[in-house]
Design a protein around this ligand. Sequence first.
Ligand code: ADP
Ligand code: MG
Length: 403
Amino acid sequence: MKLDTKHLRYLSNEDWRVLTAVEIGSKNHEVVPTPLIIQLSNLRGGSGVHKSISTLAKANLIARTQNAKYDGYRLTYGGLDYLALHTHLKRNALYSTGPCIGAGKESDIYLCAPPTAPNPPSKTSHQHQPDEQQCVLKIHRLGRISFRSIKNNRDYLGKRQSASWMYMSRLAAQKEFAFMKALGENGFNVPKAIAWSRHTVVMSLIEGIPLRAVKEVGDPAGLYSELIEVILRFAEHGLIHGDFNEFNIMLQTRGEDGAKADAKGEAEQSSLSVIPYIIDFPQAVSVDHADAKSYFDRDVHCIKTFFDRRFHFTSSEPGPYFEEAKARAGGRKKGSCKRIDIDVEASGFSRQMAKELHKYMETVGVNVDTGVTTDEESSESEEGNDKDGVPSENVDPRELLHI
Ligand code: ADP
Ligand code: MG
């Protein structure tokens, strides 16, 4: 779904109040009845509300819907996008949105300018300014692909059906923000978590190349050990990524002095080192999760298989094994290492929320990039299609680099 922001700055305060009223009403109503919208928007005189309703409907932020008993409106994805962007703008988390730089099954990623940047990002993406000046908006869209299977899953979703995409996308964003923040604070190479609102997260831009687009690396054994070490450090902090593969690892090249490679001349390219950054956390699980072992094994397997297929590298060392990795994690009560899973729980993303989101993702089979790229798929992605066969709007030519 495209993010169309052309009405964003033209909506009046009344329009925002009415849009917020529809959002609040959707928590309990599949279709929010017009009298309830009027009541919740708390505006004097109904006529102003009707005018706002018509403005919002024309902009496709709400949609008129009839159900068996009454007429009313429901919030669209566009409406929820606007509410989230409005909050980010008000809180100075970002200044403007730019081009789409990634579209997954369950999310859209936009390049953004933070409030301090002198200019919004250029329409021709990838002519990057330094990354301190740019950030990324990730919009979670759980249920976009699996909408039909969700509909068919009435028993599971019950009354929550209509609100579920909104609620689950919000849980995914909240979880991603909480984990990314905690990981960053514990020294992991992840994007900096800047803000979250509803189903969206603002984070720093990683100026790197997704591993799936890398044809060659100078030292596959070194990179392999580094990635396995990341998996083990995650476990030490109580976490399993759960989708640790070439789609969610980005490589940044740096010179010996630590400066980003883009700033370096050709002659210095040989002294480059590769720093892996990990992204995409909505499916992360605690090492105490009942299925932790299988998620851990899958993460390890994905890396092994990818290195074997892409770089013809097979490690002579067996493992790592879940039991050993878990033993490195501190206990729930005390441990030498910070337990991020416990910290995140304490920060507001409760165990109950984690369970709900996990069950949803498992039931409808969403949000796991997992499965190692086949050679066919990898040549597709190199031709500008992402993993779902959806053509990316913009393909970074650097994605075809040999590092
Ligand atoms: P999904 O859950 O849909 O897989 P991801 O978080 O993996 O979403 O993002 C999809 C793609 O967007 C990534 O493969 C990557 O190319 C790009 N991307 C995501 N986050 C960032 C970021 N912080 N910096 C640069 N690119 C990013
Ligand atoms: Mg991903």
